[in-house]
Every structure is written in structure tokens, then in C-alpha cells.
Ligand binder design. Structure first.
Ligand SMILES: Nc1nc2c(c(=O)[nH]1)N[C@H]1C(S)=C(S)[C@@H](COP(=O)(O)O)O[C@H]1N2
Ligand SMILES: [Mo]
Length: 391
């Protein structure tokens, strides 16, 4: 059976405004394919690591107790790669847009309905990827001048961007296939320009990567000139996102500190009593969603020891409550896999010294493979959540 013919109306071609004409062959399909696959790789890596980040920070209810607390450096790696691939994508996106921008001057703007749809989808792709990179970068600097919430917007737009990207790759599959392995003609007069272009793009990607990746890949920390955070800058040589003063943690607030643990056998501890409990020491990273991370040696009381003392069931979740009032990160909920992990601590010291107030004095949570935002500081209450309290 023959499929019915689709009638695609054509627009009249009579009129052409005085648009520029491009002769340079660096705007050709081969260059677009080469830059496009690098950009596509960066975007894909950024997307996958972003999805991991999202679920570690905000797991669906049924998964909250199953999140893996190993490897301890897992989130540090994926979030470092997320931010690094996003930063590397910026010069790649600019290069890609430069390669294809003559197409903006194609006349008529839409030769057919199919062409119009294709241009619309590219418009959506360019807009969403640009927005993602721009607001992502703004987030690394904790700068939110826009009226919408960053995290939810970044998450939703990511799916639109990836959908538009898949559509784009599907539509362009023949062009991509044609150019994937094509070698440039050795007699090509544009050869030197092509090599300069490749070198410029490579240098730009290298430069933005090398001057920022040290915020998380600490062997390169001396090159970290452009990232908002330097791994060594901060009290006790560890960066701080929200200082005690910003969180309203004053001497008054800290006076008469108690740790309250609720559960079947609730109890309260003063700081000396907490300090008298068996202590453990582990090297664990703080890995901030905004891209910086660093290992430190934390010493304190195992969270599971505190929970056992309250008679908490093994599968219970814990709500961790800070002395801070109101901030977004004043409360976090910890699933059973973290709460039971022998490495998860209510830390009292950092690199052998009492916690600085900015790092959460008198006590802060530190758990392996966990986003920094959930490593609650100034902890004053641990609430054991049983099945009923969770619902
Ligand atoms: N109570 C409270 N805890 C908090 C925060 C906060 O704003 N309030 N910020 C979190 C974030 S975003 C990070 S990255 C880590 C940083 O810990 P640090 O300041 O000790 O490096 O603390 C987390 N714990
Ligand atoms: Mo953070």
C-alpha cells in the first residue's frame, strides 16, 4: 500500500533582502559536525552527571533509603565533572554557533513547513542550552538575580534541552554521517584556517577548564584562578558556603547547647557528654553542588551509635535539624543507607581542631557520597523517623 503524499506548501522566492553571503568554508558541514560532536559529548556528560546529582540530593521517597553511600568520593567526582563539562561546553557552544550562524541569514526564512519546524527546534535547543549554561554558571557564583527558583528550573530545562538535542541529532543524522569520517582535502585552501580554528577552540576549552577545575580536582588547585571558590580559602583551609553570621548562629544562639535525639528512647546530651562518646575519625569530602570540593579528616560520634542509643530501628530515616532558623539547608533528611553507614559522623573536629563556627560548631553531619548541601551544620536535633512519621 502506498502511503499518502504529504503536501508541503512552498513559500514564494521572488524577494530576497540584501543579506550577507558567506564564502568561508569554516562554516561548512564538516566543521559543524566536528564541533557538534564535542559539544554533544560535553552536554551528554553534563546531563548524566546532573541527573545523578538531582537524585542524590532529592531522591524519590521509595529510593531514599537505598541511595549508595559508596564510593565515598562518588558525588565529589560526578559533581566536579558536571560543573567542569558545563564550563567546557561554553566555548564549544560559542564555536558551534559561530560555525552555523550564516544559516540565520538563509532566505526565505522557512522554505517549507518541515524547514520551519526544524528551525524552531534549533531555536529551542540553542535557547535552552544557553540558558542552562548561563544559569548554571551563575549558580556556581551563588548569584540569583532571576525571579525563578534555580534548581527546579535547571532540572526542567535540562530535559527540554536533551529532548531538543536528540531531535536535532535525528534530523541531522544524514549530514552527521556524511561528515563523521570525512578527511579534509589536503589541497584545501582553508587548511591553515581550519587548523587555527581547531587550535583556538582547543585553547579556549583548555584555558577555562584548567583555570577552574582545581576547585574540585585539588592537585590542580594552584591553577584555580577563575572559579568562585579556592579549595584552600576558608577557615581551617576549607571553603565555606554559608558562614555562621549569615545563618544567625551567634554566641547567644549557641549558649546552653544540647543535642536532642528523638526516638523510642529519646535523650539529650550536653556538649561535654557528646564529646565523651566513642569517637571515630574518617577522611571524607565536602562536595558542594556548586562545584568545589575538598577532602578533610573529620572526627566525631558515629551517627548510628547515637541512633542505637535512642533505640532507633535499623531502617529508620533521620531528620537532621540545625540551630539555624529558616535557611534552605537548616534541615535535611537522611535515608537509612547513610544513617547506618559506619563512616557517617556527627563531626566535632576538622583536621584535628575543634570545628570552626563557620564549619558547624559544635557539631555537623558528614556522610560519604552525599551532596554538600545535605551535610548539615550546627546540628542540635536528630529525629528518628519511623514508618508513620514518614508518611
Ligand atoms: N545549617 C546549614 N548547614 C549547611 C549549609 C547551610 O546553609 N546551613 N550549607 C551546606 C552547604 S551548601 C555546603 S556545601 C556545606 C559546606 O560546608 P562547609 O561550610 O563546612 O565547607 O555545608 C552545608 N551545611
Ligand atoms: Mo553547597
Amino acid at each position: 500500500m502506498r502511503s499518502p503524499r504529504v503536501h508541503i506548501p512552498r513559500l514564494p522566492r521572488a524577494f530576497r533582502p540584501p543579506l550577507p553571503v558567506f564564502r568561508g568554508r569554516l562554516h561548512d558541514e564538516r566543521t559543524a559536525t566536528v564541533v557538534g560532536r564535542l559539544l554533544g559529548t560535553a552536554v551528554a556528560v553534563c546531563f548524566v552527571t546532573g541527573v545523578i546529582s538531582h537524585y542524590l540530593q532529592q531522591p524519590p521517597g521509595w529510593a531514599a533509603d537505598l541511595l549508595p553511600s559508596r564510593p565515598v568520593w562518588g558525588y565529589r567526582l560526578t559533581q566536579g565533572v558536571h560543573v567542569a563539562s558545563g564550563i567546557a561546553a561554553v566555548p564549544l557552544l560559542l564555536a558551534k554557533l559561530w560555525t552555523v550562524y550564516p544559516k540565520l541569514f538563509v532566505w526565505p526564512p522557512a522554505g517549507s513547513v518541515a524547514h520551519a519546524l526544524e528551525r524552531l527546534s534549533i531555536g529551542l535547543l540553542v535557547t535552552t542550552v544557553l540558558l542552562e549554561l548561563v544559569i548554571g554558571l551563575m549558580d556556581t557564583a551563588q548569584w540569583y538575580p532571576f525571579p525563578f527558583p534555580f534548581r527546579q528550573t535547571h532540572w526542567a530545562l535540562a530535559w527540554v534541552a536533551v529532548g531538543a538535542l536528540l531531535l536535532h541529532v535525528a534530523v541531522k543524522a544524514p549530514v552527521i554521517a556524511r561528515n563523521w569520517r570525512r578527511r579534509p582535502d589536503p589541497l584545501d585552501a582553508d587548511g591553515p584556517n581550519r587548523r587555527s580554528f581547531a587550535a583556538a577552540v582547543g585553547a579556549a576549552v583548555g584555558a577555562v577548564t584548567l583555570t577552574t577545575v582545581g576547585q574540585s580536582f585539588t592537585p590542580l588547585k594552584d591553577l584555580d584562578l577563575l572559579a568562585p571558590r579556592h579549595p584552600d580559602h576558608g577557615p581551617q583551609s576549607l571553603p565555606v558556603n554559608r558562614a555562621a553570621v549569615q545563618a544567625g548562629i551567634t554566641t547567644n544562639r549557641l549558649a546552653g547547647y544540647r543535642l536532642t535525639v528523638t526516638g523510642p528512647r529519646p535523650y539529650e546530651l550536653t556538649l561535654p557528654e557528646l564529646e565523651a562518646m566513642p569517637r571515630h575519625s574518617h577522611v571524607l569530602p565536602i562536595a558542594c553542588v556548586e562545584g568545589w570540593s575538598k577532602n578533610a579528616r573529620w572526627t566525631g560520634v558515629r551517627l548510628r551509635d547515637l541512633l542505637d542509643r535512642a533505640g532507633a530501628p535499623h531502617d529508620s530515616r533521620v531528620r537532621v535539624v540545625s540551630l539555624e532558623r529558616g535557611g534552605h539547608y537548616a534541615v535535611s533528611v537522611m535515608g537509612a543507607s547513610y544513617a547506618r553507614d559506619p563512616l557517617t559522623l556527627l563531626a566535632l573536629t576538622l583536621n584535628g581542631q575543634r570545628l570552626d563556627r563557620d564549619h558547624g560548631y559544635p557539631a555537623r553531619v558528614i556522610a560519604p557520597n552525599r551532596p554538600g548541601v545535605l551535610q548539615t551544620k550546627w546540628v542540635t536535633r536528630l529525629e528518628v523517623l519511623d514508618g508513620q512519621a514518614r508518611a
